[in-house]
Design a protein around this ligand. Structure first.
Ligand code: NAG
Ligand code: NAG
Ligand code: NAG
Ligand code: NAG
Ligand code: NAG
Ligand code: NAG
Ligand code: NAG
Length: 412
């Protein structure tokens, strides 16, 4: 490989010179012998940067094929990463922006399989940021306030071409930015767009989205991730799974939904989960509401093997059901009768008591005045009788045709 070392930093170290000599020899051997994977690796190393070189802010171990540039306040990805790097740690820096082709090198970092950029204050990941990393299987972007994640972050900078991503594991835990830094769009929608784009992540097997304040899971995001085996949605704010479909995730092995805001799982979701052949579902620490809508889920829990630690699930509401174990509830425990909240119920009971008291007092007054009332009744009866008699008398007079004219004349 002529000129392979021309751009290396000059050092007076004899050992390095020796290493370079060995490198040139090896390169010559590899280029003059039939290509094998072992030798083509060496020939790759023989180009810039040279063997044994490590960028100043990093620690490199060629034996472990690992480069660590950790807690160095780096603002850009080092340009001259050794080509052998398989595991790259860029954690605890201040990268802020990851531009298109941030890891694209000539020749490419063909071995890079695991890239960890967690906790590096990333706010923006642009389209094609991970382009030209043909072996990248694991990417950890957790603990970055990602206010701006391009829809094409994982697919490619050329939106009109769908490039399948080699990613198998993607960690996006706690990437929610502070509320005041969120753009004018839903954070869930932004993440979902990046997971959907160009169906690039069809090979993804592990997806971690814990601690992101997700209120909902965008409708069809899982449809574009058909190979998922592990999905972690722990510590979000999911209230319902009604609009999410797990039906096509036939390889799903674990589904983490602990520490969300789930109230109940409905029949459709229960049937979908039951239909997945290998799945284990984790549902601890959700505020389950134990009313009549919980009946189906309780019946399902009693039968299913899908839920891990199902005996730990307890009701959070209504008040009188708090901490009751879901598995031990029967359908008679689960009713929707108390439509009124408990505070209102007690005030209605109070109102009833007051009305009953008023009624009782009224009856008592009547009873104590029974003599007066009797007298009063007699008076009324007498008055009535007098009146009736008078009426009777007039009626009889009027009924006599001979007297009719008389009376009408006297009226005039
Ligand atoms: C990184 O920055 C922090 C605060 O700005 C400082 O305390 C720390 O020493 C810096 N670390 C390095 C390796 O420069
Ligand atoms: C990435 O680095 C962070 C911080 O060191 C660590 O906690 C995390 O487990 C690493 N991610 C992976 C996938 O190993
Ligand atoms: C994107 O890819 C298409 C098809 O290969 C090509 O015609 C177009 O020029 C590319 N666009 C950019 C911006 O590279
Ligand atoms: C947010 O978007 C809405 C409509 O989509 C628009 O009316 C509003 O002005 C936007 N706000 C900001 C701060 O951009
Ligand atoms: C849960 O998420 C919140 C906000 O995203 C975070 O502050 C908290 O540390 C997380 N808790 C755990 C146990 O991870
Ligand atoms: C599930 O897969 C079937 C067939 O493979 C397809 O027709 C259907 O649209 C998929 N459903 C979802 C929600 O992705
Ligand atoms: C849910 O399914 C069970 C059994 O398949 C059925 O008895 C029940 O009526 C269904 N519940 C609703 C609300 O459809």
């Amino acid at each position: 490989m002529p000129g392979g070392c021309s751009g290396s930093p000059s050092t007076g170290d004899g050992r390095l010179r020796l290493a370079r000599l060995a490198l040139v020899l090896l390169g010559w051997v590899s280029s003059s012998s039939p290509a094998s994977s072992e030798l083509s690796l060496f020939s790759a190393v023989s180009t810039q940067p040279p063997l044994g070189y490590c960028p100043p802010p990093c620690e490199c171990s060629e034996a472990a094929r690992t480069v660590k540039c950790v807690n160095r306040n780096l603002t850009v990805v080092p340009a001259d990463l050794p080509l052998y790097v398989r595991n790259l740690f860029l954690t605890g820096n201040q990268l802020a922006v990851l531009p298109a082709g941030a890891f694209a090198r000539r020749p490419p970092l063909a071995e890079l399989a695991a890239l960890n950029i967690s906790g590096s204050r990333l706010e923006e990941v642009r389209a094609g940021a991970f382009e030209h990393l043909p072996s990248l299987r694991q990417l950890d972007l957790s603990h970055n306030p990602l206010a701006d994640l391009s829809p094409f972050a994982f697919s490619g900078s050329n939106a009109s071409v769908s490039t399948p991503s080699p990613l198998v594991e993607l960690m996006l835990n706690h990437i929610v930015p502070p509320a005041d830094e969120q753009q004018n769009r839903s954070f869930e929608g932004m993440v979902a767009a990046a997971l959907r784009a160009g169906q690039a992540l069809r090979g993804l097997r592990r997806l971690e989205l814990a601690s992101n304040h997700f209120l909902y899971l965008p409708r069809d995001v899982l449809a574009y991730l058909p190979g998922l085996r592990h999905l972690d949605l722990r510590n979000n704010s999911l209230v319902s799974l009604t609009y999410v479909s797990f039906r096509n995730l036939t390889d799903l092995e674990s589904l983490h939904l602990e520490d969300n805001a789930l109230k109940v799982l409905h029949n459709d979701t229960l049937a979908e989960l039951q239909g997945l052949p290998h799945v284990r579902v984790f549902l601890d620490n959700n505020p389950w509401v134990c009313d009549c809508h919980m009946t189906d889920m309780v019946a399902w829990l009693q039968e299913t093997e899908v839920v891990q630690g199902k005996a730990r699930l307890t009701c959070a509401f209504p008040e009188e059901m708090r901490d009751r174990v879901l598995l031990q509830l029967s359908s008679s425990d689960l009713d929707c009768d108390p439509i009124l909240p408990p505070s209102l119920q007690t005030s209605y009971v109070f109102l009833g008591i007051v009305l009953a008291l008023i009624g009782a007092i009224f009856l008592l007054v009547l009873y104590l005045n029974r003599k007066g009332i009797k007298k009063w009744m007699h008076n009324i009866r007498d008055a009535c009788r007098d009146h009736m008699e008078g009426y009777h008398y007039r009626y009889e007079i009027n009924a006599d045709p001979r007297l009719t004219n008389l009376s009408s004349n006297s009226d005039v």
